[in-house]
Design a protein around this ligand. Sequence first.
Ligand code: 164
Ligand code: MG
Length: 367
Amino acid sequence: MKIIEAQLSIIKMPLRSPFSTSLSKVTEREAIIIEISDEEGRVGLGEAVPFSTPWYTEETVKTAYHMLKDILLPIIFQQPIQHPREVSKSFEAIRGNHMAKSGIETAIWDLYAKQQRKPLWELVGGVRDRVPAGVVVGTQDPKEAIENIAMYLQEGYKRVKVKIKPGNDYHLLNEIRKHYPTLDLMVDANSAYSLNDVKVLQALDEFQLLMIEQPLGIDDIVEHSILQEKIKTPICLDESIVSLHDAKSAIHLKSCGVINIKIGRVGGLWNAIQMHDLCIANNIKVWCGGMIEFGISKAHNIALATKSGFTIPGDISSSSRYWEEDIISPEIIVRNGEIKAPTGFGIGYEVNKSRLEKVTLYKEIFS
Ligand SMILES: O=C(O)CCC(=O)C1=CC=C[C@@H](O)[C@@H]1C(=O)O
Ligand SMILES: [Mg+2]
């Protein structure tokens, strides 16, 4: 597979409504769109998903743009690729920068699938032609959260995730459970707690949550193991798991019962596939996490989520969950709580060129 040209576009769009977590309030989103072309004019699409500031991981749009332009694209242009699974190996000498790496690696997966004239989800070993849709409530105000949940259930979502933090946990969940006693409900703490909060977290066991995501430190595996022994709710790790080694450590130490696999956080689709396989072999449940991303990244998530182990609805919602108008055509739509995997080659969605142009802040072409 010879790539003859690459285009990087930094795009920005306001969210339809603010997205609040224990760490940050997101009101607009930047990302990097990667378009790579082969000699026959086919285009592979990728999206690098770091935020504009390093509140979730250490990467930002600016660091990722530098990595793509100055380090990663030169490697890709120099080394012809036989199969996308080789890309992460060719980046092994480069430390970290997983979201930058994932942006170009996913574009190569899309281009390769188009060359093979296959939908990407079939190429990665998908077993279902639709994925269950989960949604994240972007407010921690109990009244607003309950109103939002009613709206999302109307739209058919099967699983709801809410953000919690110390001082806004028990009351919020108690109010939600009063209205929705049997809802498939999970929480994400984004590392807002410590082992001093064991009693607070034990109290949440009464709400029969599917899981509690990342209660402790962003790079912790040991203390999560201590906490998991003290609470009934399964711990799900997100930020702590950036590599297969992290996943192996968490499995060995029994730090969690679930892992949220995000293609960007783990450095690409091949790493995500290997993590899926490792977790399933060790009875660790997995689901596909989201990054408040645009349609190209979400399309890659959909392909991944068709694999057998992704039985829990992921943070895979419709384009309209965050955007007035997405950068892809058709947009991603949730019907009866599911998203149909596209039948087109590659990711199965096209770029909405006029929309992409409108939201592009800056772009460069490399060859
Ligand atoms: O993509 C979505 O629908 C929301 C994903 C989501 O909850 C998160 C995205 C990025 C950082 C966090 O706030 C949070 C997470 O930790 O999973
Ligand atoms: Mg999370």
